[in-house]
Ligand binder design. Structure first.
Ligand code: S3P
Length: 176
């Protein structure tokens, strides 16, 4: 993988691909700090992402997200997990690329649907009459951004530990 000398590991990918659970395990195993960008936003703002969307709208959330990514990218020795829309913004992608290796977690729309269908805290997927169709549509629109990562890892039917181990192999430069 490219980006020699980079110190952080960045997980990107669609909602429900397992970034947070894989990130927690990976950080523990690699003895790195975990910086979850959505958590950082919530702690800085003192309110949930869903409240930010409801009160101030998505454009405001994206500004907060950009600031949080800028702060996270300045850190060293961390696993950084991002929200599903983070890499759509080229500045965010540039900051993340400069700070570490970017691993994209992938899952089929059907897997994501199963994982997010009962979630109450994902405003972009709330109240959709056809949730699976919405996941398909948004995932297809974002695919070109996720493909810009240094590596892609599938998560369908795999545990977070299995996914974390594959990422460790990639980081060591080995094969799966
Ligand atoms: C979003 C994904 C969410 C969160 C926000 C917007 C997106 O994070 O950042 O609701 O645009 O895909 P997760 O991917 O962790 O659910």
């Amino acid at each position: 993988m490219p980006t020699p000398g980079a110190e952080n590991v960045v997980l990107v990918g669609f909602m429900g691909t397992g970034k947070s659970s894989v990130g927690r395990i990976l950080a523990r195993r690699l003895r790195l700090r975990l910086i979850d960008v959505d958590d950082l936003i919530e702690r800085t703002e003192g309110r949930r992402i869903s409240e930010i969307f409801a009160a101030d709208g998505e454009p405001h959330f994206r500004r907060l997200e950009k600031e949080a990514i800028r702060r996270a990218s300045a850190e060293k020795g961390a696993v950084i997990t991002t929200g599903g829309g983070a890499v759509v913004d080229p500045e965010n992608l540039g900051a993340l690329r400069a700070t570490g290796r970017i691993i994209s977690l992938q899952a089929t729309p059907e897997t994501v649907y199963q994982r997010v269908r009962s979630s109450k805290h994902r405003p972009l997927l709330a109240n959709k009459p056809d949730l699976l169709e919405e996941v398909r549509r948004l995932m297809a629109a974002r695919a070109p951004y996720y493909q810009q990562a240094d590596a892609q890892v599938r998560t369908d039917g795999r545990t977070p530990l299995q996914v974390a181990r594959e990422i460790e192999g990639l980081l060591r430069g080995g094969r799966r």
